[in-house]
Design a binder for this molecule. Structure first.
Ligand SMILES: NC(=O)c1ccc[n+]([C@@H]2O[C@H](COP(=O)([O-])OP(=O)(O)OC[C@H]3O[C@@H](n4cnc5c(N)ncnc54)[C@H](OP(=O)(O)O)[C@@H]3O)[C@@H](O)[C@H]2O)c1
Length: 323
């Protein structure tokens, strides 16, 4: 089976394709024939050695997949060959096959294609975790989303609208803003050209209730200043590459709260909580409350290019590898 291999942490150009023998399941494992593997911003950072997690090399990147079960281990119950499933793999997803502990496999919602299903968990569960667990968005509140045309940005837009909020999408290009509007954003701000703080205050009638910041850098402080009385500022990521410093007086004023979001660590520390969140997420997808976007599809051989495109800000929404 063909697999993407990162031989050492460094330039994405070092990534290669290898042929490896087909996998056989351990007693508690499931072998999945991968139909799509979600590519995330962090995958590129990990391969380059720029992320806090530095796996031993060589390794196969790819943390989330959707596919069909090919074989199950002797101790596995409730999952059968042929089932359509989604799994968080940690690593190993960028391949034709992956071995996953059966406990980590989730049935793929019938209404989603493999691409949508593969790109679902990281973006949508981070978004639902942010807006319903780290803060609580209530109907009628105004939510400002930075990087709204990205993977988490679009998912957060979808989740916030499903929770009854008004969304203001902020992004760099008309195409990204249009994608956020299609997802339900009521207003947009082109944050490279417009005054983010002033526009967000105008559009929300005085200030937003919640900011979701996936970008960091120079946009964070004006976004914080755009929050109203009791505003919450959710720190999700630093895609710009710059970790900003926020003035504490701006947090004191208006009784604002800055909320850290570490979804990945939480999924390990509170597996019951994560499982509950996933069940809630799948119900929202099945009932049509959420609308996971159709991702762009790329072949396995373009893994490095797909990661580079994310890092270079060229992707709208999600991208998956299709083995
Ligand atoms: N806290 C958590 O638990 C958690 C979980 C998953 C991911 N994350 C983090 O969240 C961030 C966003 O992830 P994602 O999957 O949404 O990524 P993505 O799909 O690549 O979107 C990131 C967005 O950031 C914006 N951006 C601004 N400056 C950028 C730059 N210099 N390079 C790249 N992008 C830039 C881009 O929008 P514009 O072009 O419109 O500015 C882009 O659409 C990443 O930092 C990721 O590591 C955090």
């Amino acid at each position: 089976m063909r697999t993407v291999v990162c031989p050492q942490l460094g330039p994405l150009g070092d990534i290669a394709i290898e042929d490896r023998p087909p996998l056989a399941p351990g007693p508690d494992e499931v072998i999945v024939n991968v139909r799509a593997a979600g590519v995330n911003f962090v995958d590129g950072l990990i391969c380059q050695g720029k992320y806090q997690i530095k796996p031993p090399t060589p390794f196969v990147p790819g943390s989330e997949i959707a596919g069909e079960v090919a074989a199950v281990g002797a101790a596995v119950h409730g999952v059968s060959p042929g089932d359509r499933v989604i799994a968080m793999t940690g690593f190993g997803g960028f391949a034709e096959q992956v071995a996953v502990p059966a406990a980590l496999v989730v049935r793929a919602p019938d209404k989603l294609g493999f691409g949508q299903a593969a790109a679902l968990i990281q973006s949508y569960s981070t978004s639902l975790f942010t807006l319903s667990r780290r803060t609580s968005v209530t109907p009628g509140e105004w939510v400002l989303i930075l990087g709204a045309g990205g993977g988490i940005g679009l998912a957060c837009t979808d989740v916030a609208v499903a929770l009854g909020a008004h969304v203001i999408a902020a992004a760099s290009t008309p195409e990204k803003l249009e994608a956020a509007e299609e997802m339900g954003a009521e207003a947009t701000i082109a944050y490279e050209d417009e005054d983010l703080k002033t526009r967000a205050r105008e559009l929300s009638g005085g200030g937003v209730d919640v900011v979701v910041d996936t970008v960091g850098g120079r946009h964070s402080e004006p976004a914080l200043r755009a929050t109203r009385w009791w505003g919450r500022f959710c720190v999700v990521g630093f895609a710009s590459g710059t970790i900003p410093s926020l003035p504490l007086n701006q947090i004191l004023l208006n009784n604002r709260t800055v909320v850290g979001v570490d979804w990945g660590a939480w999924t390990f520390r509170d597996q019951a909580g994560f499982s509950e969140l996933l069940t809630e997420l799948m119900k929202m997808v099945e009932s049509g409350k959420l609308h996971p976007p159709e991702p762009a599809e790329r072949p396995l051989v373009e893994a490095a290019k797909a990661m580079e495109d994310l890092i270079e800000r060229r992707v709208i929404g999600k991208v998956v590898l299709v083995p």
